[in-house]
Design a binder for this molecule. Structure first.
Ligand code: PMV
Length: 348
């Protein structure tokens, strides 16, 4: 199975509870299509497997102590149902699944841990695969996303296509209401596209978990952002997306990316995710928008230097030509709004 990556327009940055992996603010993202950026995952389960194992891009990772991985496997097993054969005979009773070991193989079709939400796609694909194997059934809508959230926060949003919000929730005992919700599906705004500019495929030196923890304890701007800014932006961008108002959508997206990176700079010691190329992309997009006399392109950067540029279909060729002229050495990936969250046929 495969799952797509998602790129946040209003960013998640900061954990309310490290144990539950709940955020200090809600966030919203666009799920990209699976042509270029996805995690392809295969899960095999057997009673003979002595321990759970994971191979990431062909290399085995030790997951025996990984709280994230264990939370996903245990969470999905808790929702498991019995497995029947074609004649309706019980092959595996739901109480037996706990004795099954899990072997997972996952590949990203794009740079891992370079600020392109590889963990979002990876954990979403893992949870979707496990749910299929164990016949997991949600007891309320979005429950599987609460499990993916425990793998990687942003993964909860990759379980749905289109425009997806992660509502921060208020339950600090279980985190059961900190879940993803599809706000508009993938058919709502077919003209919205994204260009991904891979400036660097190196692994970032500050992981998002480490960065968030330092930001929460040292950045005053982060507290202000979570309390005073994000909710207004969430309302504004949901309205803009609903009305297909690219200018408002683009403005909020760029402002939120800038504020996220400002909180990184306000962190002590500061975190720099963007590099000089990232900054020249920002300049170029503002120059382009000035020339067009409107917001026709909007950049956003996650925890890395790589740019995602949202635009409408009609500007695609022009923007791509511009990027190729100014950044001929970088890799470009084109993408649409994701049309499906998992592709069952995909196996490798
Ligand atoms: O899901 P995590 O823990 O990798 O954090 C993702 C944080 C950002 O990508 C910077 C923002 C977001 O909302 O996706």
């Amino acid at each position: 199975m495969s799952a797509p990556t998602n790129i946040a327009c209003v960013k998640y940055w900061g954990k309310r509870s490290i144990a539950l992996n709940t955020p200090i603010n809600s966030s919203v993202s666009v799920t990209l299509d699976q042509a270029d950026l996805k995690a392809v995952t295969t899960v095999t389960v057997s009673k003979t497997f002595k321990k759970d194992r994971l191979w990431l891009n062909g290399v085995e990772e030790d997951v025996t102590k990984s709280k994230r991985f264990i939370a996903c496997v245990t969470g999905v097993k808790n929702l498991a149902t019995e497995k029947l054969d074609s004649s309706g005979e019980v092959l595996v009773d739901k109480s037996e699944w706990k004795d099954y070991g899990v072997h997972v193989s996952s590949m990203n079709t794009f740079p891992t841990a370079a600020g392109l939400a590889s963990s979002a796609a990876g954990y979403a694909a893992l949870v979707a695969c496990l749910a299929e194997v164990f016949g997991a059934i949600e007891t309320y809508p979005g429950e599987l996303s609460t499990i993916a959230r425990q793998g990687s926060g942003s993964a909860c949003r990759s379980l749905y296509g289109g425009f997806v919000a992660w509502r921060m929730g208020s339950d600090n005992d279980t985190g059961a209401d900190s879940l993803a919700e599809q706000v508009f599906d993938e058919n709502h705004w077919p003209k919205l596209k994204a260009i991904i500019l891979v400036v660097s495929d190196e692994k970032k030196d500050t992981s998002s978990t480490e960065g968030m923890s330092t930001s929460v304890s040292t950045s005053k701007l982060l507290g202000y952002r979570a309390k005073e800014v994000v909710e207004g932006r969430m309302r504004g961008i949901e309205k803009a997306y609903g009305e297909k108002d690219f200018e408002s959508f683009g403005m909020i997206t760029m402002q939120d990316s800038n504020q996220f990176h400002a909180t990184c700079l306000d962190t002590y010691p500061p975190i720099f995710y963007m590099n000089d190329i990232s900054k020249s992309i920002i300049k170029l997009i503002h120059t382009y928008n000035k020339w067009k006399g409107k917001i026709a392109a909007a950049y956003t950067f996650d925890a890395g230097p790589n740019a995602v540029i949202y635009h409408l279909e009609e500007e695609g060729e022009e923007l791509l030509a511009l990027m190729l002229m100014y950044f001929p050495d970088d890799k470009f990936l084109g993408s649409l709004v994701g049309s499906e969250y998992v592709n069952n046929e995909e196996e490798w």
